[in-house]
Design a protein around this ligand. Structure first.
Ligand code: BTN
Length: 253
């Protein structure tokens, strides 16, 4: 039973799909699913991550789903506000699941880190029509009960690994639906400044000297992370002054 107004009220559940984001986008190409419709698969054969990467998760152990939103009220230039709202929602769920002394951070733009290791990834895909956001497919991969991560995932973890508890995935998904709805409605009610402050407060390595790779030419850069600007670009204080990096411009080393 969903205790939400709209997120997760309709849930298309599959044992296997190529990618829940792809399936949600196919639904949107043919119809207008109600806002909050969820596509959830226990296994993705072609799960997608940011920057064209793959999302790999052991079948039946995690939560890998996509939620359809219609943030037509959000200016296109403020799209990153949605990313912040979603990151905070996942951050809220992860915080509730682990002991209070384990740090939970948001790594720019929207990875969720638990004790410095990645426990969730977010892939938001939007469609724009007549200079308005038409829809957003919010894809979330949350590592729940997986405890074995291969060599390529050495920097990954799960809420089970950290807390020692086996989780009921349905319950975790319900918590996620409630948190997403809460943060989405907060944003819609105009509380983006408050959300930005919460995001800044949990930003990984804020105020710390970090190394980045500029993706256009592979050049390595160093600087102190100051925060994120209105457009969602990372502000870094480098030796040659403040530089801002767009979403696809740099990655952490
Ligand atoms: C990232 O960190 O690179 C983003 C990962 C997003 C993964 C989720 S899993 C559910 C949804 N379907 C996909 O194909 N990707 C997202």
């Amino acid at each position: 039973m969903s205790e939400t107004l709209f997120v997760g009220k309709i849930c298309h559940r599959f044992e296997e799909l190529s990618s829940t984001n792809d399936h949600a986008r196919n639904l949107l190409a043919k119809s207008k699913p109600p806002e909050g419709t969820v596509v959830w698969a226990d296994n993705q054969t072609a799960g997608r991550g940011q920057l064209g990467r793959q999302w790999i998760a052991t079948p039946f152990q995690n939560v890998t789903l996509s939620v359809v939103f219609y943030p037509t009220w959000l200016a296109i230039v403020r799209q990153f506000d949605l990313s912040i709202a979603v990151a905070l929602a996942v951050h809220d769920v992860v915080m509730q699941a682990v002991p209070a002394d384990i740090p939970v951070h948001v790594k720019w733009p929207n990875d969720i880190l638990l004790g410095g290791k990645k426990t969730a990834g977010i892939l938001i895909e939007t469609a724009i029509q007549a200079e308005q956001l038409r829809y957003a497919v919010v894809g979330i991969g949350l590592n729940v009960n997986q405890t074995v991560f291969g060599e390529t995932l050495s920097q990954a973890t799960s809420i089970r690994t950290v807390s020692g508890h086996l989780f009921d995935r349905e319950e975790v998904a319900q918590r996620l639906f409630r948190a997403l709805e809460h943060r989405y409605l907060q944003l819609r009610a105009g509380r983006s400044t408050e959300q930005r402050m919460a995001y800044a407060a949990s930003l990984w390595q804020k105020g710390v000297r970090a190394r980045f790779e500029r993706l256009s030419d592979g050049v390595l850069l160093e600087g102190v992370i100051e925060g994120v600007d209105e457009l969602g670009r990372l502000r870094v204080q480098t030796d040659s002054g403040v530089q801002v990096f767009g979403l696809q411009a740099v990655r952490f080393c």
